[in-house]
Design a binder for this molecule. Structure first.
Ligand code: ADP
Length: 424
């Protein structure tokens, strides 16, 4: 029954009753006051009832009432029912989310403001060795690898760190930190052991095959040279064929040498000492120009009296690869500038040519193995396609960076940037 049908009706009846009674008694106002007091007391009692009902969690059935109170109870009950339904749905979604993240093959750890562990999935137990009791602990206290601690401090969204799993020395992990809210981070660790194994197998294969090819190539080259020495006795066709065979064997030898050097750079430990840069660059420039049979194409400027803590053989290989490329990919009469100078806290070797340049979209690709900008264009230049890959590896082993700027048709500048930690 609605408010008008019950409460107001009751009030109207009471006032009507007071009016009738007052005809005999003459105390209409007193009676009205009495009715009001009774009405207010009743409402207060009902309010108290609803308060107790709500305090008890509104679990029990609500007391039976009529009028406005019945409607209030009904609406509260409806809101409660909808909320209960929503809560159920939400907990089902949360449960599904938990189950799916728990089943992820990658380890996922939710980190709080101070890198404390808030939650982790099952994979984090096996891959990172986390235990239930570790919840709330700061993760750098559990994974103490210095590289990991440094990585965690930076929280660079683009950075990826490879470390050996703290739980299993056979597992290599690739770790990424994702910031999903202010002061809330997700640590994701992916097992890359199988990729590493394939990579190791590939390296071993290239290393072995290069070693195996070296001896037969030396023998072949020896015989070809002997045969070439007797070229007076041959027809022009045979002489030409022998020259071609000799050139190709030489090319293959260079390829094998470069592959072996790359394998060495990837696997062997570097032997560092103070390398004097000025005599090294002077010699490389002289040798490179001599190779081109043009002495005056390379101009060397030594503007910094700084030496580098590193490996001379490796630096020689990197620098000469860059200088030979600059000569190779620029016109014969153009100048190549080699400049050793200091800039801020770095010392830089700039090798600038006025050659054909590199298309912008290909600049980041040319340090990949066997990548050549225009195979047709470079057919007659006959490089191995491994030179810049070697340069990149050597520089990385010296904590240095290779920066390339180039303009098509105008020339290129290859810069080797060494940090001050390498000065000596
Ligand atoms: P390559 O043996 O072919 O020279 P590199 O690894 O040394 O192999 O170089 C890769 C490619 O980068 C080259 O094939 C060439 O296309 C491009 N390149 C390298 N240096 C230069 C340069 N100074 N000017 C223009 N292109 C260059």
């Amino acid at each position: 029954m609605s408010f008008w049908n019950s409460d107001l009706l009751r009030l109207t009846l009471a006032v009507f009753f007071a009016a009738i009674t007052s005809i005999f008694t003459g105390h209409f106002l007193y009676l009205l006051l009495l009715i009001c007091i009774i009405y207010i007391l009743r409402q207060a009692m009902l309010l108290n009832q609803i308060k107790h009902w709500l305090q008890s969690g509104a679990k029990a059935d609500h007391p039976a009432h009529s009028g406005i109170w019945d409607e209030i109870y009904y609406h509260i009950f409806r809101i409660k029912k909808t909320n209960k339904k929503r809560k159920k749905q939400l907990s089902r979604i949360i449960e599904q989310f938990r189950k799916s993240t728990a089943a992820l093959p990658d380890a996922v750890v939710v980190l709080g403001e101070y890198d404390e562990i808030a939650w982790f999935n099952n994979a984090a137990k096996s891959i990172l060795g986390l235990k239930k009791r570790d919840k709330g602990q700061r993760i750098p206290n559990l994974i103490r690898t210095p590289a990991f601690i440094e990585f965690l401090k930076k929280k660079d969204p683009d950075a990826i760190l490879s470390i050996i799993s703290p739980a299993n020395g056979q597992i290599t992990l690739q770790i990424k930190i994702v910031t999903y809210d202010k002061n809330a981070h997700l640590l994701v660790a992916h097992d890359i052991s199988s990729l590493k194994n394939i990579e190791r197998m590939r390296k071993n294969f290239v290393d072995n095959i290069s070693h195996e090819l070296r001896t037969p190539l030396t023998v072949l080259k020896g015989y070809l040279e002997t045969l070439e020495d007797m070229e007076d006795e041959y027809s022009p066709l045979l002489t030409h064929s022998l020259r071609q065979m000799n050139n190709q064997t030489l090319r293959m030898q260079c390829l094998v040498d470069d592959l072996l050097l790359l394998a060495k750079l990837e696997t062997q430990k570097i032997n560092n000492y103070c390398v004097e840069v000025k005599p090294l660059l002077t010699q490389i420039c002289r040798e490179s120009a001599a190779l081109e049979q043009l002495d005056n194409r390379v101009e060397l400027f030594i503007d910094a009296d700084i030496n580098i803590f590193g490996n001379e053989q490796e630096l020689r290989s990197a620098f000469s690869n860059l200088i030979v490329n600059a000569l190779k990919y620029s016109p014969e009469e153009s100048i190549v500038t080699v400049q050793w100078h200091q800039s801020g806290s770095s010392v830089i070797l700039d090798i600038t040519d006025l050659g054909e340049g590199i298309p912008e979209l290909e600049i980041h690709k040319i340090t990949e193995r066997f990548y050549r900008v225009d195979v047709q264009r470079e057919q007659e230049k006959r490089g191995t396609g491994l030179g810049l890959a070697i340069v990149k590896h050597v520089l990385a082993r010296h904590d240095a960076q290779l920066k390339i700027s180039s303009q098509l048709g105008k020339g290129s500048c290859f810069s080797c940037v060494f940090p001050k930690e390498r000065f000596c």
